[in-house]
Design a protein around this ligand. Sequence first.
Ligand code: IPD
Length: 282
Amino acid sequence: MADPWQNAMDHAVAVARKAGEVVCDALRGDRAVMTKSSVVDLVTQTDQKVEQLIIQSVKEKFPTHRFIGEESVAAGEPCVLSDSPTWIIDPIDGTTNFVHAFPFVAISIGFAINKQVEFGVVFSCVEDKMFTARRGKGAFCNGEPLQVSRQEAVEQAMVATEFGSDRDADVVDKIFQSLRNILCLPVHGVRGAGSAAINMCLVASGCVEAYYEIGIHVWDVAAASLIVSEAGGVLMDVEGGDVDLMSRRIIAANSKTITERLVKAIVPFSLPRDDATPPKKS
Ligand code: IPD
C-alpha cells in the first residue's frame, strides 16, 4: 500500500534543504542576537525567518495541519500535541552554535499523528547531512541506512550531553553531579555537539552510544527521536520508563543495557513541561 505520508515527508526534506541554505547564508553574515527565557537562551532573526518559511510552505500544501514551532511558542502560540497531524519544528537547533558560527546547526522537522511521530527530518546543514526516518521503515543519512553502535559495555562508551541554558546554581550542581557519576562509571568520553538533534543523530549513526539531557524541548527531539529508534536505538526517561516528549527529559541510547546504567547515574530533576505554559494568544 502506498505510504499516505510520503508526500508530506518529501516536502519536509525539500523545505529543510531550503531552510538550510538560508541558515548557511546567514552564517556568513552578521547575526544579531536577542534573548528569550534567560540571557543565555538565544534567538536570532534567522530562527524566526526560517520558522516562518517552513510553516508557510507547509500550510500552502497541507492547510489543515497543525504546528508546534519553537519561535511560535516563544511568541505565545500554544504548545499542544493533539491527535491531529502536527508538524514539530525547530528552525535552528543549536542557536548558540549558530551565533558563534560553531559549525553544528540543524533544521529539525518532526511530524506526528495521534501523538506518535510518523517521520523525522534533521538537516545538519553545514555538514550537509540529511537525516531521515519514517516509522517502521528505518533511518538514513543522505540515503545510507543508519545503525546504532553494538557496544553494550558502558565502560567503553562515548556519551553525549549538553549543559543547556539554565544557570540556576542548584540545576547546574545537579548537571555536574550527573556528569561526575557518568565520567566515573567510567566511560571512554563525554562529548556535546551543541544541538540535541545532532547529538541524537550521532547516536543513530553509532558514533556515540548515548545522549541524555534534562532541559530540552519537544521541538529539539521530536524528529530525532524517530531517527534513533528507527536506527535500532532506545528512548527512555532519565528515571526509567517511557519517554514523554513534552517532559523536557530524555535518554537516547544504543541499548537498554547502557540506558539503564545512565538512569542509575543521572541525578534527575524536573522542569515545567512544554505543554504546561498557557499560550499568550487564544
Ligand atoms: C538547544 C540545543 C542545545 C540543548 C538545549 C536546546 P536550540 O536548542 O539543542 O544543544 O542543550 O537544551 O534547547 O535552542 O538551539 O533550538
